[in-house]
Write a protein that binds this ligand. Sequence first.
Ligand code: FES
Length: 204
Amino acid sequence: MSETLVDVKPIDPSKRTWIIATGCVGAVGGVATAIPFVSTFQPSERAKAAGAAVEVDISGIKPGEKLTVEWRGKPVWIIHRTQDQIDRLSKVTDQLADPNSQRKPGEQTPEYAMNPGRSIKPEYFVAVGICTHLGCSPSDKFTPGPQASLPDDWQGGFLCPCHGSTFDLAGRVYKNKPAPDNLEVPPHMYLSDSKLLIGEDKKA
Ligand code: FES
């Protein structure tokens, strides 16, 4: 059973935030874990309680943008990667703890996302936006290059503010970080070029 969402728009940070209230014990300096949330997303209470799959219109996500929706009470990111961002994935392979998503087979990465981009389509990356260490929500660090808390050869990705874990733009965790695993890729499938179903896949 799926819940249809209409008019999902790109993130508007001014309208709504999502606080990950669980986990993140011992966060450095009490760093806030708020991330922008899609203002128009309004799943029914019934659908949320049932953990229903959610249908998302992805046609409005421009290259380089991220949309966040809720599935089973968790934030799920849909990132429309640019060709440059896709190309940068291969530059960090040697720095990653599990570049081929071979740890915990079937748990963090569905079989159809067992590829360097961890996705069905190279341009769209879908992931649960919760750090695999203690559950904070990593921040977007899409801009490559030197910047605070990141290496000079940063290729774009995510930084968890709680204890400094970093992930590339396929949610693959860097080596020697507190987070043990790559970000979870939830079950998902395309219903059409513009419609994505999160929470079910062709095996369901
Ligand atoms: S929760 Fe500790 S690094 Fe993310």
